[in-house]
Each structure stands twice: as C-alpha cells, then as structure tokens.
Design a protein around this ligand. Structure first.
Ligand code: NI
Length: 177
C-alpha cells in the first residue's frame, strides 16, 4: 500500500483525456486501486480519479460514510468504477459546493445533473449499472470529469461563489476534498 502524491491544478496530466482500461485482474490494476484507496482515505476525500495520481486511465473510486457532522452528505457506497459512461436522467441541474484534492483549500458552487445513470465495470470487468441522484450523482459526475480533463472550477458559472474554504466557511468543519 502507498499514499501517492495528488497532482494539483496546473499539472498538464489533469487536463488529459484518460485511456480506457483494456485488461482486468492484473497486478498493475490491483496496485493502482490499492494506492488510490489509500490516498483517498489518508486525505479524507470523497473520491479520487487515477489521473490525480498521474495515471491517465479511466479509473475512479468514490465512497462516503454517513457522517453526522455532514448530515446533507448522504452515504455513498465505496465503488470502483472503470471505463464509465454517464447518462443524465433529468434535465434538472442544481448548484452545490464542491472541493477537490487537486484544488486544495478551495470550494466552489458547481452545477450538476440531479439524476444520472452511470455504467461501467469494476476491477474484475463485472458490469456496474446504477441510477442515482443528488449527492451520489454529484460525486460521480465530479470524478468522471477528471477522466475528460475537467476540473470543477471549469464548470463554475458565478466566480463570486468560488473561494478559500476557511474564508467561505469560517469555524466550520468541512470535508477535505
Ligand atoms: Ni476532484
């Protein structure tokens, strides 16, 4: 296991379109997933995409335990999602605060579809096909954006709603990612 350095905004790898995973159940994929998990947990993130640790492959992980300190953030099951495809299930878009381990110390209001279907495979190549909404949908859209070279600040519409976490939310505990 290893905690990897998370690339920060400005690194060109974060702007690349990631390649599809072609081979499953390989030691390389297992190591990548273990390192991503260890890094996400160590940094208290809700999700992580492989390009954030410098690996330009279509691999994301995410998961949030219910935490009474953040009652609005519903629990999201820990998920390994490879070669994902997202289909919006509603035209409805909502803005809410997001952060990112590649944009440390900041938050911005980002519009996202409230209901989506996401499809892909897990680390063994088994199909994942889920329809989700709200926070779960937001997390998946954020992580999958990383696979297309998109960081959440690129989606902000009103830059008055973008700033440093400790200034925006003084005295509050906020999730790290
Ligand atoms: Ni991110």
């Amino acid at each position: 296991m290893a905690i990897r350095t998370v690339l920060r905004m400005g690194d060109p790898v974060l702007l690349q379109v990631a390649k599809k995973v072609e081979q499953f159940d390989t030691p390389e994929l297992e190591t990548l997933l273990q390192d991503m998990h260890d890094t996400m947990v160590a940094l208290n993130g809700a999700g992580l995409a492989a390009p954030q640790i410098g690996i330009s492959l279509q691999v994301v992980i995410f998961g949030v335990d219910y935490n009474p300190r953040y009652p609005d953030a519903e629990a999201v099951p820990y998920t390994i999602l490879i070669n994902p495809k997202i289909t919006p299930l509603s035209k409805k878009v909502e803005e809410d605060w997001e952060g990112c381990l590649s944009v440390p110390g900041m938050r911005g209001r980002v519009p996202r579809h409230t209901k989506i279907r996401y499809q892909g495979v897990d680390q063994h190549g088994n199909t994942i096909d889920r329809s989700v909404e709200n926070f779960h949908a937001r997390v998946v859209q954020h992580e999958c954006d990383h696979l297309h070279g998109i960081l959440y600040p690129m989606r902000i519409r009103d830059f008055r709603q973008f700033g440093f976490t400790d200034v925006l939310f003084p005295g509050q505990e906020v999730m790290d990612d």
